[in-house]
Design a protein around this ligand. Structure first.
Ligand code: ATP
Ligand code: MG
Length: 226
């Protein structure tokens, strides 16, 4: 049976795509059949070939997946809004059935599927007569999570709140990955220590600016997937 992992973050633009690409690349480089999936992304104009700018395109390229973008992401919205709001003006609201189908297709094809979240952890994907939040997908797919967090000021608060939110929904948090980490920064070093102490979740990797590889033992990376 395929193994899977959800990449959450403390907010939008924190580095989910950057880190997910390195995770998938690491698995592939080690010879594993690894894939990627994202439910919904916003702020991409599909009509003007801007798919080149999207998360799925980036991961496809960095990890060398050679996959059709359509198989990597279920919903793409033009406006840079949360999917629940973008779909109100653009139509095409998120349907749980389609997510399940697309994710299952990824599971059929790949042994390790890394699913990227949208935004932070509280992100409504659909909010009309039907309501779909990120945690509904995590639970429906039975995914453990890893949280990508910034290394700088404010991250203790953001990370601990994200961990506690996931725990309150009975979702497993396997670890935190600190992005844009500077090993010489006293602030970053202390944030790492404090998050581990307060949230009681291990920092499983630190990613520096423009890293080309994920600095984690392959067995530790494999252990994050369930
Ligand atoms: N370690 C890093 N080194 C260099 N650039 C980075 C790093 N982490 C993130 N970035 C850049 O910062 C920007 C935001 O990162 P990214 O797209 O990965 O965030 P995200 O959490 O996936 O955002 P979204 O919520 O839109 O999916 C991107 O331009 C990305 O290339
Ligand atoms: Mg992203």
């Amino acid at each position: 049976m395929s193994k899977k992992l959800f990449v959450a973050a403390t907010g939008t633009d924190i580095g989910k795509t950057f880190v997910a690409a390195l995770m998938v690349k690491k698995l592939k480089d080690a010879g594993y059949n690894a894939g990627y999936y994202k439910a919904a992304l916003s702020g991409v104009d599909t009509s003007e070939n801007e798919t080149m700018l999207c998360d799925a395109y980036y991961v496809n390229k960095i990890a060398g997946l050679n996959e059709n973008i359509k198989n990597l992401v279920s919903y793409v919205y033009r406006k840079a809004f949360s999917p629940h709001l973008a779909s109100k003006s653009e139509g095409n609201p998120v349907e749980m059935n389609k997510l399940v189908q697309d994710f299952n297709n990824a599971l059929l094809k790949y042994d390790y599927v890394t699913m990227e979240g949208s935004g932070g952890i509280v992100c409504p994907l659909r909010y009309d007569h039907e309501k779909i939040f990120i945690e509904d997908i995590i639970k429906a797919f039975g995914l453990p999570t890893v949280i990508v967090a910034d290394s700088g000021l404010g991250t203790i608060n953001h990370t601990v709140l994200t961990v506690e939110y996931l725990k309150s929904k009975s979702i497993s948090v396997k670890g935190v990955i600190l992005n844009r980490y500077n090993e010489h920064s006293i602030l970053h070093q202390d944030n790492k220590k404090m998050i581990e102490e307060i949230a009681k979740i291990p920092i499983v990797a630190e990613v520096k600016d423009n890293d080309k590889q994920l600095n984690i033992n392959i067995n530790e990376l494999l252990k994050l997937y369930e």
